[in-house]
Design a protein around this ligand. Structure first.
Ligand code: ZN
Length: 239
């Protein structure tokens, strides 16, 4: 499971290699924001098409193909969206335009933001998680958008956060849950490493993974593309 790649090819390649080394043998599930912020939107789309990725759309993907406006984006994000819209090939635009906003895969619902507002809602409070259960028809919800890796059990007594450190295998039990694999291309939890999650459907387990990648290569390409400096700098800090 991968999310928020944000047109960062070096990060995506590092994650693909790590997943392969770890025995991943199925196409990735992609939870939106494939493009936006980063310098390689067409390369990232091509990579996902080759990998036969199962993907849904995020707010940046929708804005990059102009199916929503940039009014709700902060000024730097809006600049990057407009750069991306300009840079997209016809093929990439067709791919991104075709993405649904929600998919079901077995026990999981895939959305970018939340079940009730798949494109925009940031699920960052216990109340949001509780309220969204009504809109969820599967045991598990996989989401992105916040760029923070997270697993939460929805226990009768309230949401319970599970430690999501690198390399720990976690069994998916009887409780309903929300899982965010974190961001591949622009982590925001203070750790610059790309973040993703391996799923073993047969064993019913997940494993959070962090992968070092050469962010200076991505930064160089962002400089060449004259993308905003603050967006270039944040890759080194994971903020
Ligand atoms: Zn994002």
């Amino acid at each position: 499971m991968i999310s928020d790649i944000h047109a960062n090819l070096a990060a995506l390649e590092a994650v693909s290699e790590d997943a392969e080394r770890s025995g991943a043998d199925a196409p990735p599930w992609v939870l939106g924001d494939i493009v936006g912020y980063g310098p390689e939107p067409n390369e990232v789309v091509a990579h996902l098409r080759d990998a036969k990725a199962v993907a849904i759309a995020g707010n940046h993907d929708r804005a990059a193909v102009r199916s929503i406006g940039v009014e709700e984006f902060n000024p730097l994000a809006a600049r990057a969206v407009l750069w991306t819209a300009d840079a997209l090939s016809e093929e990439s635009r067709t791919f991104l335009s075709s993405l649904p906003e929600r998919l079901k895969r077995g026990k999981f619902t895939l959305v970018h933001g939340s079940p009730r507002d798949p494109i925009w809602e940031y699920m960052v409070s216990a109340a949001a998680l509780e309220e969204n259960l009504e809109h969820l028809s599967t045991p598990g919800c996989l989401f992105g958008h916040t760029h923070i890796p997270m697993l939460v059990w929805m226990k009768p007594g309230g949401p319970t956060l599970v430690e999501s450190e690198h390399g720990k295998t976690i069994e998916l039990g009887e409780d309903r849950f929300y899982l965010n694999p974190g961001s591949v291309g622009q982590p925001r939890d203070g750790d610059s490493r790309a973040s993703y999650v391996l799923l073993d459907e047969e064993a019913g387990t997940v494993e959070f993974r962090r992968v070092r990648y050469d962010y200076s290569a991505t930064q160089k390409r962002m400089e060449q593309a004259r993308l905003p400096r603050a967006l270039i700098a944040r890759l080194a800090f994971g903020r």
